[in-house]
Write a protein that binds this ligand. Sequence first.
Ligand code: TYM
Length: 346
Amino acid sequence: PKTVFSGIQPTGIPHLGNYLGALKNWVELQNSASADDTLIYSVVGLHAFTIPPGDPDSLRQSKLDAAASLIAIGIDPARCILFHQDEVPEHAELAWILNCLTPVGRLRRMTTWKAKLATVKNATSLDDVDETDLSLGLFAYPVLQAADVLLYKATHVPVGEDQLQHIELMRDIASTFNGRYSPPKTPFFPVPEAVAPSATKRIRALRDPEHKMSKSSPSANSRILLTDSPESITSKIRSAVTDSTRHLTYEPETRPGVANLMDILSACTGETIDDVVRRMDGKGHSDLKAATAEAVIAMWQKPREEFERVRSDEEELRRVMWGGAERAREIASRTLAETKRLIGLA
Ligand code: TYM
């Protein structure tokens, strides 16, 4: 049996990159799960706080937005354990233990904290990022992520491409722990595997296709949010940066803007890239944009309506999430107790 774990930060309404890179897979894993598989999905507030938003109220709202978005796209709290990470304190406690097993040199090689600091500081190059400004929490972010997954002894972790370095680290941490503390021949933590979508691992920013679509990219027109209206989706895609070559070809290296639209179109409709290229043969950029906008609008029409419905009943939403936290805690507290026994702290 599989145990699937994944998380999303409550840093705003999820965008198309989150959805096509990861969340869509969460739903597919749920819908294809067998009865003895366990699915655990978390809104990771402690991770969002690694870059503390100034306003506590907006963080509280973002947590509810993220939870409602997951239910809206089809995550079913009756079939999955859906919960807020910050309502299960075991995450922070296991993270501390794993911090003590993780060399600083290993974390220094991660590009994710550099990229985050660079965006916050508006630095143009990762080399300009100054460690003096780095919080201990942001530095240890990937270790907390390892704790998230290992607490549930998860075997599969559906994520987008930008998270693969974090999966590598959690695999290393699991192996290190097993090597030092597991009873012989019975590894305590399964070494988790990433589950990445076959084609669209990485969706690019519409206005800046050199970079990934991200919650923090400077232009809001670069990302499409789950709650965007059809008009807004159409206008964002219409203003996507492409190139001046007339006919349409799929060349991600040299034509990232066009390839990104083709990736989005194929992921939304389920067509292969070859299908898309064939369908667009002899057509122009505006046809590709129109087809892509139409596909995104159709894919998200129901989730958008669902979001409004789920989000409007905050009391029910909190109740559902609290129920998830209780179920998560049952597993998490057992793993943490076993871990402490193995290392000599209990
Ligand atoms: P977060 O909240 O940044 O993003 C959630 C998921 O969306 C994927 N993603 C993308 N995929 C393709 N193209 C893009 N442009 C794009 N942007 C985002 C991310 O890869 C991610 O899968 N560290 C995680 C949260 C986390 C987590 C975990 C994940 C915390 N603990 C444990 C898995 C297991 C993150 O920053 O996600």
